[in-house]
Design a protein around this ligand. Structure first.
Ligand code: HEC
Length: 259
C-alpha cells in the first residue's frame, strides 16, 4: 500500500467509525427517551403451547441436528410434538424456515442458531413482548454461563465427547471457538458436530422447561432484561476485553430504564 492509498483507507475507516458513532448516538436517543412509549404489549399468535417433556424435546432436537443443524433442529424438537398436539397453526409452520440461521447466520458466526430457533418458538408460543424478551434473556444467560454441552443422548450418533466449555457469550464464533480450543478439534470434525447437536439439545430442553413453567403461570425471569445495555451503556455483553484488550472505551451510560 503506498502513502496515498494508506491515507484513503484511513479516511474511509474514519468515516465508517463516524457512522458507527452516529448510530450509537441515535440508539441512545431512542432508548433514552422513548422507552416509556415503547412499553411491552400483548399480542395474539394463535399458536397454542401445550406442556412438553423437556427430555423428549432435547432428544428429538439432538436427532434432528445432523440433517437440520442448530436453528432448525431446535424448532424441530418442539414442532414434531406440537404439530401433532395441539396441531392448529403449528402444522403450517415449515420446520426448515429457520435453517438459514445455522452457524450464527449462514455461517457468519454471529448469534448461535440454537437461540434463533428457540426464540422463534418462544415468540410464537407466548403472547406478551415482555415475557418473550425475559425468557430469551434468561436463555442467553443460561447459554453464556453454563458449562455445555451436558446433554447425554440415548444413543451417540456421531462421536464420543468429553469436553464442556463456558461460552461466556451467545456468539457462535466465540462459543464454538472456545470449545474447539479446549477439545483440540477442527470445525468440520464429527466431534464438533456432536458438540453443537448436544448443545442444541440443552438449549431446547431449557426452553421447554421455561415454556412449561409459563404455561402453568409460574414463569419468573431470573435475570434483568436489558441488563447489559444499562450496565455498559451500549448493546453488549460483559466481555469488553475480549476485543478491546486493556483499552476499553468508556460508553455513555443511560439514565434508568425502569419500567
Ligand atoms: C466482539 C468485539 C467487541 C466487544 C466484545 C466489545 N467491543 Fe466495543 N467495539 C468493538 C469494535 C470493533 C468497535 C468499533 C471501533 C473500533 O474499531 O475501534 C467498538 C466500539 C466501541 C465503542 C465506541 C467507540 C469508542 O472508542 O468510544 C465503545 C464505547 C465500546 N466499543 C465499548 C465497549 C464496551 C463497554 C464493551 C463491553 C461491555 C465492548 N465495547 C465490547 C468491538 C467490541
Amino acid at each position: 500500500m503506498d502513502k496515498q492509498q494508506a491515507e484513503n483507507s484511513r479516511r474511509k475507516f474514519l468515516t465508517a467509525s463516524g457512522q458507527a458513532m452516529a448510530g450509537i448516538a441515535l440508539a441512545s436517543t431512542v432508548i433514552g427517551s422513548g422507552v416509556r412509549e415503547a412499553e411491552a404489549y400483548g399480542y395474539k399468535t394463535g399458536f397454542e403451547y401445550v406442556k412438553l417433556d423437556p427430555a423428549k424435546v432435547a432428544q428429538t432436537t439432538y436427532e434432528n441436528y445432523f440433517k437440520r443443524w442448530c436453528a432448525s433442529s431446535v424448532v424441530a424438537g418442539f414442532l414434531e410434538y406440537l404439530q401433532k398436539n395441539p396441531g392448529g397453526q403449528w402444522k403450517d409452520l415449515p420446520i426448515d424456515a429457520m435453517r438459514w440461521a445455522h452457524g450464527g447466520l449462514a455461517g457468519w458466526g454471529a448469534l448461535c442458531g440454537t437461540l434463533t430457533g428457540a426464540g422463534t418458538v418462544i415468540g410464537l408460543a407466548t403472547n406478551d413482548t415482555d415475557i418473550a424478551e425475559a425468557m430469551v434473556n434468561d436463555l442467553a444467560f443460561y447459554y453464556a454461563y453454563t458449562e455445555l454441552p451436558s446433554f447425554q443422548p440415548k444413543k451417540v450418533l456421531k462421536s464420543k465427547l468429553s469436553d464442556m466449555t463456558i461460552a461466556g457469550t451467545p456468539v457462535c464464533h466465540i462459543s464454538v471457538g472456545r470449545w474447539m480450543r479446549a477439545a483440540d478439534e477442527t470445525f468440520l470434525s464429527d466431534a464438533r458436530a456432536e458438540r453443537c447437536a448436544r448443545l442444541a439439545a440443552n438449549i431446547a430442553q431449557e426452553t421447554a422447561i421455561m415454556l412449561n413453567a409459563w404455561k402453568e403461570g409460574k414463569f419468573k425471569a431470573k435475570h434483568k432484561v436489558l441488563y447489559n445495555v444499562i450496565a455498559n451503556g451500549i448493546t453488549s455483553q460483559h466481555n469488553c476485553r475480549d476485543c478491546h484488550g486493556n483499552n476499553v472505551p468508556a460508553a455513555e451510560t443511560y439514565i434508568s430504564l425502569d419500567k
